[in-house]
Write a protein that binds this ligand. Structure first.
Ligand SMILES: [Zn+2]
Length: 182
């Protein structure tokens, strides 16, 4: 476990190293931590105090749904009483006010509803190229927000058929999910 945590720390340090070094270089040469905004070129002050946050989220109530990713499936929660399907999965049905839910494996097929290309990335996603995030309506009628893996976003259109992928994303050693054109 200790090895895993040390590896994780090194991975995160690696992610932050380059952008922070860039700011340090600019500060050294210009005297101020001011860099141009990637999109507009407007001056941006980069706070010199570093804040790192790591959330811990108790998942006991939804663990079976998260564990299903290991089996390559995306799971929603289905209320045994009224049949309503919840994604992201949740422990209780607010309609029936009961906690009688079962795992409902979602269909891996759907159609693109909407999407956007992310050009300005958060720091922890800096190691990725520009990426596409979209909403896909699955055959179950459930909308799922996820990355869309496509070489050219110009090929995307509303209604384009999509297929769910559950796997480890390149450069990230944990299982997640995304869509690619079917
Ligand atoms: Zn219900």
């Amino acid at each position: 476990m200790k090895t895993v945590i040390l590896k994780l720390k090194r991975f995160l340090d690696g992610l932050f190293e380059d952008p922070l070094k860039l700011v340090d270089d600019v500060t050294d040469s210009s005297g101020l931590p001011v860099v141009p905004d990637q999109k507009t070129g407007d001056p941006i002050w980069v706070d010199v105090r570093e804040i790192r946050m790591r959330y811990t989220i108790p998942i006991k109530g939804v663990y079976p749904y998260i564990d299903s990713l290991r089996k390559g499936r995306l799971a929603a929660a289905k209320c045994r009483s009224c049949g309503k399907i919840y994604f992201p999965p949740q422990k209780d049905c607010p309609r029936c006010r009961v906690s009688d839910m079962e795992v409902h494996y979602l269909s891996p097929e759907g159609e693109l509803v909407t999407w956007t290309v992310i050009n300005v990335k958060p720091l922890s996603f800096m190691h990725h190229k520009d990426y596409v995030v979209g909403i896909v309506r699955l055959r179950d009628g459930i909308n799922v927000l996820a990355w869309i893996d496509i070489d050219d976003p110009a090929k995307l259109d509303v209604g384009v058929r999509m297929r769910l992928v559950v796997d480890k994303r390149p450069d990230e050693n944990y299982i997640t999910y995304w869509f690619k054109p079917a």
